[in-house]
Design a protein around this ligand. Structure first.
Ligand SMILES: Nc1ncnc2c1ncn2[C@@H]1O[C@H](COP(=O)(O)OP(=O)(O)OP(=O)(O)O)[C@@H](O)[C@H]1O
Ligand SMILES: [Mg+2]
Length: 267
């Protein structure tokens, strides 16, 4: 017994923060897109990420989700290095299979819904659980129905994306991501391609998801959502975190000129 507890690493006693970025740097050629990003998202927290076009918001999400590789710094999701494994204090590139396992625990929702057009809403949702997780078809269908209900689309199971509104398609996309039982959800401007009257229904689903305890990073210009739902707001510009804090405080009283200038445009 004593020996067993002694062998456990210290961190295992306390669940690690969900996302930890330390001095993360990302370059495309000579263009340094992320300069020195350090931030933490705790379990169950919602972080809103805002900033002007080109500031590196999508790149940061793509690093978390293994769609890009960082050039320097450390990035951990749920206590594990993204894309690397550590042995004897050294980092080694992860095998593609291990990367795939890590990636499937992270759900991503994009501005464009990227649903498969030739599949119904339900088929879109069951595809990955069956193909990637080998979930039995019956089980996947039952779960997809629950998820469709949760996003308010129980009656649209058999509808094809082309017959759904943008807001409905985005809600299917959220259900599809949730079908993989992610521990972290990343949203990259999930409402910015929607007609204004459809934004609310998607934000409502995201609010409910946040209330359920999901850890979320949301790139958005919906400051009402940030104010109401987020635990922290991060303002990025030119590849650095300019300002971060409680969204209500940052929005009411931004400390930096660049934050003020940006917020005056989106509020
Ligand atoms: N695959 C890539 N190859 C080269 N440059 C890239 C690549 N992806 C992004 N960039 C560059 O990185 C910078 C940051 O882009 P990113 O898409 O992360 O910004 P963003 O903050 O999400 O902007 P937006 O609000 O317009 O979505 C931009 O200058 C972009 O041109
Ligand atoms: Mg972007």
């Amino acid at each position: 017994m004593t020996q067993f507890t002694e062998q456990l690493p210290v961190q295992s006693e306390v669940a690690p923060d969900m996302v930890v970025a330390e001095r993360v740097m990302k370059q495309f050629g000579s263009n340094t897109v992320l300069k020195n990003i350090s931030l933490t998202v705790k379990r169950g927290e919602v972080m809103c990420l805002v900033g002007p076009s080109g500031s590196g918001k999508s790149t940061f999400l793509r690093l978390i989700n293994h769609l890009e590789k960082l050039n320097a710094g450390r990035l951990l999701v749920d206590g594990e290095f993204v894309g690397y494994r550590e042995r004897d204090g050294k980092l080694y590139e992860q095998k593609p299979r291990d990367a795939a396992v890590q990636r499937r625990e992270i759900g991503m929702v994009f501005q464009r819904f990227n649903l498969f057009p030739h599949m119904t809403a339900l088929e879109n949702i069951i595809e990955a659980p069956i193909r990637v997780k080998n979930q039995p078809r019956k089980e996947a269908i039952a779960r997809a129905k629950v998820l469709l209900e949760r996003v308010g689309l129980a009656e649209k199971a058999k509808a094809y994306p082309g017959h759904l509104s943008g807001g409905q398609q985005q809600r299917v996309a959220i259900a599809r991501a949730l079908a993989m039982d992610p521990k972290l959800m990343l949203f990259d401007e999930p409402t910015s391609a929607l007609d204004p009257e459809l934004v609310g229904e998607v934000l409502d689903v995201m609010k409910a998801l946040a209330k359920s305890g999901m850890t979320m990073i949301v790139v958005t210009h919906e400051m009402g959502f940030a104010r109401e739902v987020a635990d922290s707001l991060v303002f990025m510009d030119g590849g650095v975190v300019v300002e971060t804090g409680d969204p209500r405080e940052v929005l009411a009283n931004p400390q930096h000129e660049r934050t003020q200038a940006f917020l005056s445009k989106v509020l």
